[in-house]
Design a protein around this ligand. Sequence first.
Ligand code: SF4
Length: 256
Amino acid sequence: MQVSWSFMRAYEACPYQQKLIRIDKLGPEKPDERRFIRGTAGHKVFEIWAKSSFGDGMKPEMAAKIFDTLVAQKHIGWLNPSDKEKMRNRVIAEAAMLMEAVRYHGIDRLKNLQVESWLSASLLGEHVIKGLLDVVIDGGTWLLETKMSDNQKWIDPDQLVFYGLLLTLAKNRYPSRLSFFLPVMRRVEERLLDIDFSQDDFGRINNRIQNFVDKWTAGEFPATGEGETCRWCEVKNYCIKRKPSHKNRFIFPTII
Ligand code: SF4
């Protein structure tokens, strides 16, 4: 079994949803990319700019080109053509915020910086944990997770601890610093956010992964989703919670 942070989080939010999508294959063939295109474009802007050693800055036309290329690759359609223009303008504005934050926090001066590294490591011999690490500095002493979003809900320190554990297992390298980089979310001086963590947190996340693996392999799939999880659920039409219960059904009186 392969465990990513997003898979484990999605299972914890609603096990039944993950069963419908991953075992019964009832989800859409492709997720609705429109929801993610801004964040994906922002990450791509950072990746391409970082891989050119942050030379020349990120020009608006480069950010626009990255956005247009992604839209074409992912075959994204727009109900209203002006929506695409608005989204493109936001990506350009956010690329400018990213540039300001990179320069302010000196990320462009860091040496030995790896961007977008896929890592996987075995857990208990038969399971694998995996993830895409945004920025790894000095071979893993410092991990940086970039959030190109303005939604606070994506800041979860456990995600960084999960990646830190992954790095420790994959490279035998214990990170000394774990940080979020938030170019869009906060004032420029607060856009680099270190989290507090200790060895105990690695043990706690390890237990959380074990717990998830045990429940998944035991076939525990209760429908526990609520709020936003249900609102955005791509398989809600198949959900057992939406079927009318016997209790609520109206029974017509029999006429003799
Ligand atoms: S609608 Fe809600 S409870 Fe039902 S499967 Fe989706 S997330 Fe789970």
